[in-house]
Design a protein around this ligand. Structure first.
Ligand SMILES: [Zn+2]
Length: 358
């Protein structure tokens, strides 16, 4: 009798403390949405229609999401300040003309801040599919901010060697774009969105030294354990443009992982004996039992149960090799006591010198 009462009291107290810690941590992370085109005439995978984009903004408004400027959200997490609950940031890659024509009028109407990552060559070359500098400057007068998406949107790490020459050339490409942004639109934060979300450890370290914060294309949220040179963003275009998909992603929290311990995401041609790569994940804090037991990873259309080594470490590896190009390991677990998910994703690049369709 006493035992069961003690057990009840103990589990009851545990639940309360876990609940409180979950509530408190709700304000230390935010999610970033990633868009490319807002148009019905561009490739569907990286597009959504103007109507769908309007629906997204209405969803954010009706569900009391706080759409924050990227700067404010990053500063809060880096400085350990609380964020408003349900904080979200809107970003676009590639400076497409459809952003100006279709998204910008709606963003102004909703008075939402946003960031556009610009690959500067198409703007400098006056390409029809890209915004021009006047348009980009106009965005910055209406809660828009600009980030770096490299000069030419080339593959930064699909190279035969990661030697000194490669690093110098790659950094020169990024610095050139930064200089063009600043010449045309005034001082800008050092924010880089990797073209195709592809990076390696050497580039990350060099960018960190130069004061850049960098963004990938793997999914997940930004929080105290993030890797600041590989911040995740949720793609919400193509098949993922539905409000159902948007709602799940917006409500999710980053799995508390030591993100900067994930290792190099590139599988080189001479590392094919390690394909499929095994991912080792170190958690920053243990999960509630229920979450741990229900952690699932989705890789190449299949579900894999991770192998737990102890309560802070798990490994996951698919049973067949990754194809050339990009593959993501996506892992989710229901958050105990809440109606949402922990989310974690890692993007591998299996680099094969032959060009792939990916
Ligand atoms: Zn891009």
């Amino acid at each position: 009798m006493l035992m069961s009462y003690v057990h009840f009291l103990f589990t009851g107290l545990m639940s309360v403390s876990i609940l409180f810690s979950a509530v408190a941590s709700a304000t230390d992370s935010f999610n970033i949405l990633m868009y490319h085109h807002v148009s019905s005439e561009t490739p569907r995978a990286t597009s959504l229609t103007k109507q769908e984009f309007h629906d997204h903004l209405k969803f954010l408004q009706h569900n009391n999401y706080h759409v924050l400027p990227l700067r404010q959200a990053l500063d809060a997490v880096q400085q350990g300040h609380a964020l408003p609950d349900q904080a979200v940031v809107i970003t676009f890659d590639d400076a497409m003309i459809s952003i100006y024509n279709n998204a910008f009028p709606l963003l102004k109407q909703f008075k939402y801040p946003f960031t556009v990552f610009v690959n500067t060559d198409p703007v400098d070359q006056g390409r029809k599919y890209a915004m021009n500098w006047d348009m980009l400057r106009e965005l910055t007068r209406h809660r828009g901010s600009l980030g770096n998406h490299s000069k030419d949107h080339g593959y930064l790490v699909r190279k035969p060697s990661y030697n000194e020459k490669w690093l110098t050339t790659t950094l020169a490409n990024i610095d050139y774009a930064q200089q063009r942004l600043e010449t045309e639109a005034g001082p800008q934060p050092k924010w880089l969105a990797y073209p195709f979300g592809e990076y390696n450890l050497t580039l990350q370290q060099a960018l960190k030294k130069r004061g850049y914060i960098a963004f990938g294309q793997q999914s997940g949220g930004v929080g105290p354990h993030s890797d600041w040179q590989a911040l995740p963003r949720f793609a919400v275009t193509g098949n993922y443009a539905t409000l159902e998909s948007l709602a799940v992603k917006l409500a999710s929290k980053p799995l508390p992982v030591h993100y900067n311990q994930l290792g190099d995401p590139v599988l080189r041609p001479d590392q094919q004996q390690d394909n499929p790569p095994l991912l080792r994940v170190n958690l920053a804090q243990p999960l509630h039992d229920t979450s741990r037991k229900r952690l699932n990873c989705f890789i190449m259309g299949q579900t894999y149960l991770p192998q737990w080594q102890d309560e802070l470490h798990f490994i996951v590896q698919p049973n067949r090799p990754l194809p050339a190009g990009r593959t993501r390991y996506n892992c989710t677990a229901p958050i105990w006591g809440q109606d949402n998910y922990f989310w974690f994703s890692h993007q591998w690049l299996n680099y094969q010198p032959k060009p792939s369709a990916n």
